[in-house]
Design a protein around this ligand. Structure first.
Ligand SMILES: [Zn+2]
Length: 279
């Protein structure tokens, strides 16, 4: 069955040639498209950059990456054979003076990825914008709202990583402010209960289970129930990197067996993705 991955980071730590084989085998398993999250802007300082990348992923990122200028989308496209990539701009290092999205639209970006971390996130080992940039919560909210407003004007979908345990009110306000913009809140918003509330309230809201495989393996029944209940809004997403294609394989096997024989399987693997990313 064909599938699309709604959450892949264009990062790697190894010689990319080694991964070509694995990506080719995903093509033969039916990989049709992927949302590729690209660091189109970063600080020229690996140490500071890593402070906003979950510690679990540090081994998956070549620190030299942050010593050089961001790669163009053309170069990224040549790096790996991901079919029909949708390029999302990873905006985590943007500041008010670099936050004009026009130049990224001109460079070929098609979506906005927000990692909303105004404060320290201890569970994921990220220092937060307040520590990294000395930015207050209000300024973080203003910057984020302006990015969402620009994305809406450009007709871009938004992948909004936000912990709904902490930031439900702000996320609700963003969804209200751009009712026509598709929002994809990954990782089930870190709380299925609050995520369900947003899905019920906002028709343009979607979610994915990227990075949740360890939890889904622990409680497959509960996750299956959530996915079936919200089967028109859940996307297949992994949180793999271009250097870590094996992760996509693991998610695909798990999802296929979890939803085997259900019409929800096709919706989750590709149907819902294509409603956001119209071909
Ligand atoms: Zn991610």
């Amino acid at each position: 069955m064909n599938f699309c991955d709604a959450h892949v980071h264009a990062l790697w730590a190894n010689e990319m040639n080694r991964n070509q084989e694995a990506w080719r085998s995903l093509l033969s398993r039916g990989l049709e498209s992927a949302a590729l999250i690209v660091m189109g802007h970063h600080l020229m300082d690996p140490k500071r950059c890593l402070q906003l990348i979950p510690s679990e992923y540090h081994q998956a990122v070549d620190p030299d990456f942050f010593r050089c200028k961001p790669l163009s989308l053309q170069v990224i496209r040549q790096k790996v054979q991901v079919p029909a990539p949708i390029f999302y701009l990873d905006s985590r290092y943007l500041t008010p003076d670099t936050a004009d999205l026009k130049r990224f639209a001109l460079a070929g970006y098609q979506g906005l990825k927000l990692l909303y971390v105004p404060e320290e996130d201890r569970a994921n080992g990220m220092v937060g914008w307040d520590n990294l940039f000395g930015r207050g919560k209000k300024e973080s909210e203003e910057l984020t709202a302006s990015l969402v407003e620009q994305a809406a004007a450009l007709g871009w979908p938004v992948i909004l990583h936000a912990d709904l345990n902490r930031y439900l009110d702000f996320v609700t306000a963003l969804l209200q402010s751009s009712p026509k913009t598709p929002f994809l809140i990954p990782h089930f918003g870190f709380t299925r209960k609050r995520m369900a509330g947003l899905l019920e309230r906002f028709p343009q809201c979607f979610t994915d289970f990227s990075s949740l495989l360890p939890f889904m393996l622990e409680k497959p029944k509960a996750y299956k129930e959530f996915i079936l209940t919200h089967q028109d809004r859940v996307l297949f997403g992994t949180d793999a990197t271009l250097g870590w294609p094996q992760m996509v394989e693991e998610y695909l096997s798990f999802t296929s067996s979890l939803l085997q024989g259900k019409p929800a399987l096709q919706k989750v693997l590709s149907g819902n993705y294509k409603r956001i990313h119209k071909p």
